[in-house]
Design a protein around this ligand. Structure first.
Ligand SMILES: [Zn+2]
Length: 215
């Protein structure tokens, strides 16, 4: 039995998926073996690049990406990575409430049923108030931000996941903001909570945004 210690974070899985999809596209459209081999090598190296360190066994697992010949095999390969996923830590309602002390009657998603394995950052919208809530784990601590999300009804590149998606304008009021002295920071991000988590391949833009609002 292989050692299935989780080591792949959601955003890293998204990188592997992206490379797997590119390999698939190439398999379907290119017959030249040399070109295919180049794509195989580059897919594995790009997947490995997003890890700080890998054991020999983990490297072997990622190298298997290059061996796939057919669409179904690529999907089977991606499915075989699921046990290695490091899930987002589960959040209790109490912990979430603590992150947003100013919000009365905080509306929460079903925290027990969330897909933590495929989550880089937890987010949900209270549609009654158009507030978007974000919970992120930073240095073993949860941080929370909330702000208004306004649908743009347009597609564009999300600031967090960099994919072309239906965007909303997310506006977060800064600390110390008062009616006389309004200050806020806004960004265009995905409207769809799940799509963003299924696309995000780099945590840096999200972390930069969090630090710009003081988290
Ligand atoms: Zn996004």
């Amino acid at each position: 039995m292989q050692n299935q210690t989780p080591f792949i974070h959601n955003h890293q899985l998204n990188v592997i998926k992206k490379q797997a999809n590119f390999l698939l596209k190439t398999l379907r459209s290119v017959a030249d073996r040399k070109v295919l081999d180049t794509v195989r090598v580059s897919a594995v190296s790009k997947a490995m690049d997003v890890f700080d360190e890998l054991t020999a066994e983990q490297k072997k697992l990622l190298e298997r990406l290059a061996d796939q010949e057919e669409a179904q095999h690529v999907q089977d390969y991606l499915n075989s990575l699921e046990p290695y996923l490091v899930p987002f830590p589960e959040v209790t309602a109490k912990q979430a409430q603590k992150l947003f002390p100013k919000v009365k009657k905080l509306k929460l998603p079903d925290l027990e049923r969330l897909d933590y394995a495929h989550t880089t950052y937890l987010r949900w919208v209270d549609h009654a108030t158009n507030r978007l809530f974000i919970v992120y784990e930073n240095q073993d601590q949860f941080v929370g931000i909330e702000g208004r999300i306004t649908p743009t009804h347009k597609k564009g590149f999300c600031m967090f996941c960099n994919r072309h998606q239906e965007l909303g304008f997310f506006n977060v009021k800064l600390k110390g903001s008062s009616p006389e002295n309004l200050s806020s920071i806004g960004q265009y991000i995905c409207m769809d909570d799940e799509a963003c988590n299924h696309s995000i391949t780099d945590k840096a833009p999200l972390e930069k945004f969090l630090s710009s609002v003081g988290k």
